[in-house]
Design a protein around this ligand. Structure first.
Ligand SMILES: Cc1cc2nc3c(=O)[nH]c(=O)nc-3n(C[C@H](O)[C@H](O)[C@H](O)COP(=O)(O)OP(=O)(O)OC[C@H]3O[C@@H](n4cnc5c(N)ncnc54)[C@H](O)[C@@H]3O)c2cc1C
Length: 584
């Protein structure tokens, strides 16, 4: 029931299929090879299986507790031990550059660890995920002092980071942020306001926490243009990192949630808490996007994490549960349900969907790494366009599929799926947050249309579709892959037509194009993931694994490509929807 086998081999093969070797060939990673990387992942896999997974059920059953008087939170010992094992292993800094004490591995290594961590205990993995986003932000725009004093402590895990955007009236729409930052005369600010839903906002497992907070200075322009980003420590610290007095930022309540119970979700009160500006004044949104883009990909991976574990649980249950007669040649006796065609269909769907969404998130990560480290400037710019385009797809499609796979896994369990004992219900409850936080999936679709497709006139989209076309042309020459590759290529052509329609209509009729945005995102995700599955099939065409990958592609073509939204569905028009709602 509570078993998880980290699929390191499959993860490494997926990495190689989407371009790991090209990443390792970049000068930034000259000291690392694929064998060393696989060994490192193997080391984490053991930790995930043996130490972290056993904390998962405890974390679900015994959520953190807040002491209101002291504003401190306690978590079960098992959760603390799981977190400690991750921190002590140095895993937080695996993909951080060596300059500040990181491990210097490519981003995709950290992402794979994040996937396995999330499979083992999603709620615990959220804390380090936000610390890693904080590290990225400070590496990019932190001043010398913050880099020298704070980065090292975040990387070694003695301090943690949080991300504080959301307020009661400011969720998807950060124009409405009301928290105030008043200058106190020495270059610093006094921050006041209330933030809600703050993940690991109070963290009892570290010495100090730095909160990254969006707030408005007096007289700043209304809307997001007037927002700045501040670093507000829980304990003040000097230039050597010695801790001083307690700052006036407090956890005032913990939310009671559907899932991810191990993670304390905090209401935070800032009562004139001292903070310092990070990045330019009124540049808060751009600064926060550094953190958010990384976190969006990481949340997309959470969909993969939960889907992988749910699939493993479903297979194990289906092998053990005996029910009904076989329908094949041998009808003589009762069989395990894994013998039933409909159960096998669901398991295959899960397996293919896990692979497809993993490939998409990995390709996203590789684009980010190439954008940062490729020696050629044009290639860096192209990779940045690719990363920007793929991020909403990874986040939204990855998490939607995570929910769908968890639901299928629950279905395989029959009645026991609805009962807490088997643990599959926890997968379903845990993953349900992923399409909501880090920018709800509907917001990702708007981002895709407005910022990622319309703004550059479809340039990044065309590059992606051309690449899918090219890989499918190769796939079409291999008999085992030909049908799947041809189907994906045809869908890429469909996506091109839809993209042109979106670009032509968005400026004048955004209600119609945004009505179709979520469908458009799904269509593009299926095209992108389908292209990557073809690429994997081509890469291993002469390996013993070729038959399995060809079957996966054929299944994906049926399950995802054939059902992907087409232009008619995407351009349906508001009139129809308003008609449906007219009597509600
Ligand atoms: C467990 C948990 C942990 C979280 N952790 C953090 C954290 O660490 N830090 C942090 O800052 N926040 C955090 N959040 C907040 C989270 O990011 C927000 O809940 C999310 O951004 C959605 O905002 P909202 O809840 O106000 O929903 P709303 O903005 O009210 O959205 C409700 C619905 O309306 C849709 N919608 C809203 N605006 C539009 C629009 N313009 N067009 C189309 N549809 C729209 C949304 O897609 C959504 O479906 C967390 C939330 C939860 C539940």
């Amino acid at each position: 029931v509570d078993v998880y086998r980290a699929p390191v081999d499959r993860i490494v093969r997926a990495m190689r299929a989407v371009g790991l070797d090209d990443v390792l060939a970049m000068p930034a990673y000259s000291a690392i090879d694929a064998v060393a990387l696989a060994e490192v992942l193997g080391g984490f896999a053991k930790l995930a299986e043996e130490v972290i997974t056993p904390s998962d059920r405890v974390g679900d059953r015994r959520p953190p507790v807040l002491n209101l008087e002291t504003a401190t939170v306690t978590v079960p010992d098992e959760v603390a031990a799981a977190m400690a094992s991750y921190v002590e292993g140095g895993w937080i800094g695996l993909s951080v550059s060596g300059t500040h004490g990181g491990g210097g591995f490519p981003a995709i290594a950290g992402l794979a660890v994040h996937e396995m961590f999330g499979s083992a205990n999603l709620g615990v993995s959220l804390g380090p995920m936000l610390t890693q986003s904080t590290i990225e932000l400070l590496e990019q725009i932190g001043d010398e002092r913050l880099q020298r004093v704070v980065l090292r402590r975040l990387i070694n895990g003695t301090w943690s980071g949080t991300m504080q955007l959301t307020e009661p009236d400011a969720g998807s729409d950060l124009n409405a942020v009301r928290s105030i930052a008043e200058p106190i005369g020495d270059g610093r600010y006094a921050i006041s306001g209330t933030k809600i839903y703050i993940t690991w906002g109070e963290n009892p497992l570290v010495e100090n926490t730095v909160h990254l907070v969006l707030a408005r200075t007096p007289g700043a322009a209304p809307g997001v243009k007037g927002i700045s980003l501040f670093l507000v420590p829980k304990f003040m610290f000097d230039d050597d990192g010695n801790l001083g007095e307690r700052n006036t930022v407090w956890c005032r309540a913990l939310e009671h949630k559907l899932g991810i119970h191990a993670s304390p979700t905090c209401v935070m009160e800032f009562d004139g808490a001292v903070g310092e500006l990070v990045g330019p004044l009124h540049g808060g949104m751009d600064a926060m996007f550094i953190m958010m883009n990384l976190a969006r990909l990481a949340v997309g991976v959470q969909g993969v994490s939960v889907a992988e574990r749910a699939m493993q649980q479903a297979i194990a249950y289906a092998e053990a549960r005996v029910q009904g007669r076989g329908v094949g040649a041998d009808r003589s006796g009762d069989v395990a349900i894994i013998d039933h065609p409909d159960i096998r269909r669901m398991l295959a769907d899960m397996a293919v969907t896990v692979d497809a969404s993993r490939l998409l998130t990995f390709a996203n990560s590789i684009a980010i790494d190439r954008a940062a480290h490729h020696p050629d400037a044009d290639e860096r710019a192209r990779s940045q366009r690719r990363a920007d385009l793929l991020t909403p797809l990874s986040k939204a499609w990855g998490t939607d599929q995570g929910v769908r796979v968890a639901s299928l896994a629950l279905q395989v369990h029959g009645g026991m799926g609805f009962i807490e004992e088997t643990g599959i219900a926890q997968r379903y409850r845990d993953v349900r947050i992923a399409p909501i936080y880090e920018g709800a999936n509907g917001i990702q679709a708007i981002d895709l249309v407005g910022r990622k497709v319309v703004r550059d006139g479809g340039a990044a989209l065309a590059e992606l579709l051309d690449e899918v076309r090219t890989v499918c042309a190769v796939g079409a020459t291999l008999p085992a892959l030909a049908a799947g590759a041809t189907a994906v290529a045809a869908l890429a052509d469909e996506a091109r037509v839809v993209g042109e329609w979106v670009i032509a209509n968005h400026p004048t009729d955004p209600r119609t194009t945004l009505l179709g945005a979520t469908k458009f995102l799904e269509l593009l995700s299926v095209v992108a993931a389908g292209g990557l599955l073809v690429q994997w099939g081509v890469a291993e065409a002469d390996q013993p694994t070729a038959g399995q990958l060809a079957s996966s592609l054929a299944f994906f073509a049926q399950e995802h490509v054939a059902r992907a939204p087409r232009l008619a569905e995407i351009s349906i028009g508001m009139g129809v929807v308003d008609g449906v709602l007219s009597q509600k």
